[in-house]
Design a protein around this ligand. Structure first.
Ligand code: T3D
Length: 267
């Protein structure tokens, strides 16, 4: 039996998905991309999952697209036409990036080592990115004649501004986790040996909170980016109206007034 390309484990309401091709720094093959998407679909459909953690096995988080995958391998035989990389993005990366962005529960990336190319942007598309001190982020695309994908062109300028986004994308240099935190690219950098425990503790904490409102918060942030201020206010009112009828709000407000701990169950 082969090891699964995505290892799946569960602790309480926290589902952990581990990229598992450590010998290639967990570079994405098409099979791995498909399995990650299926694992996220399964987590989204499981009412027992209230937070997802994504991490990598071995010394890397994910080195981006596996450049030796037959889908992209540029070692052409005489007369063979080049592969259409756009097809790879349409078939695998776009559905995966959208899946992360539409999860009904918060998603944490626990970046345990190098995150390069699409591996970096896959992580940056998660809700909270926490990285070990020895991890680094590389927009490796420019070095092979591509542009940032897996959401990079959208995420980078929004996270760190155009000047820094262009610095990262054009130079393609290693950005250590501590610098990534300092420039606001990621939430937090922690000592390597504390990464797994910190990420799991954070996930357990989030899983006890009203996760439906968290997913709506992500959506509202994403949509507000293309709205006028007044339209964002109106969208907030619409979402608040919906959430106000949900069990979590009733429970949260009642628990506050009754001076007890809330028990959230809605998803
Ligand atoms: O066609 C398309 O590409 C479309 C899709 C685009 C999306 C993308 O993600 S484009 C960006 C693709 N990724 C890269 O260009 C990064 C390539 N990797 C590296 O630059 C370096 O490996 C790292 C900086 C990430 C890490 O360096 P280092 O020195 O710590 O490790 P290493 O020795 O380079 O790598 C370890 C092994 O992983 C090595 O295999 P080996 O020699 O021990 O058998 C290496 O070949 C393998 N590996 C690392 N990255 C990839 C990879 N194998 C295939 N594809 C990779 N992306």
């Amino acid at each position: 039996m082969h090891d699964p390309l995505i290892e799946i484990s569960q602790d309480g309401a926290v589902r952990t998905l581990t990229l598992n091709r450590p010998a290639a720094l967990n570079a994405f093959t098409s099979a791995m991309l498909a399995q990650m998407r299926a694992a996220l679909d399964a987590a989204a459909d499981d009412a027992g999952v209230r937070c997802v953690v994504i991490t990598g096995a071995g010394r890397g988080f994910c080195a981006g697209q596996d450049l030796s995958d037959p889908l992209v391998n540029p070692n052409l035989q005489p007369g063979e036409a080049p592969k259409d990389i756009g097809h790879l993005l349409d078939a695998y990366y776009i559905p995966l990036a959208l899946r992360v962005r539409s999860m009904p529960v918060p998603v944490i990336a626990a970046v345990n080592g190098v995150a390069a190319g699409a591996g970096a942007n896959f992580a940056l598309g998660c809700d909270l990115v926490i990285a070990g001190a020895s991890a680094n982020f590389i927009q490796a695309f420019s070095k092979i004649g591509l542009i940032p994908d897996c959401g990079g062109t959208w995420l980078l300028p929004r996270l760190v501004g155009r000047a820094r986004a262009l610095q990262l994308a054009l130079l393609g240099e290693k950005l250590p986790a501590a610098e990534a935190q300092a420039m606001g690219l990621i939430y937090r950098c922690v000592p390597d040996e504390e990464l797994a425990v910190t990420a799991q503790a954070l996930a357990q904490r989030l899983s006890q909170m009203p996760v439906r409102a968290m997913a709506q918060t992500r959506r509202a942030f994403d949509e507000a980016g293309r709205l006028e201020f007044e339209d964002a206010l109106k969208l907030e009112a619409m979402q608040q109206s919906r959430l106000g009828f949900a069990d979590d709000y009733q429970e949260g407000a009642a628990a506050f007034l009754q001076k007890r701990a809330p028990k959230f169950s809605d998803r």
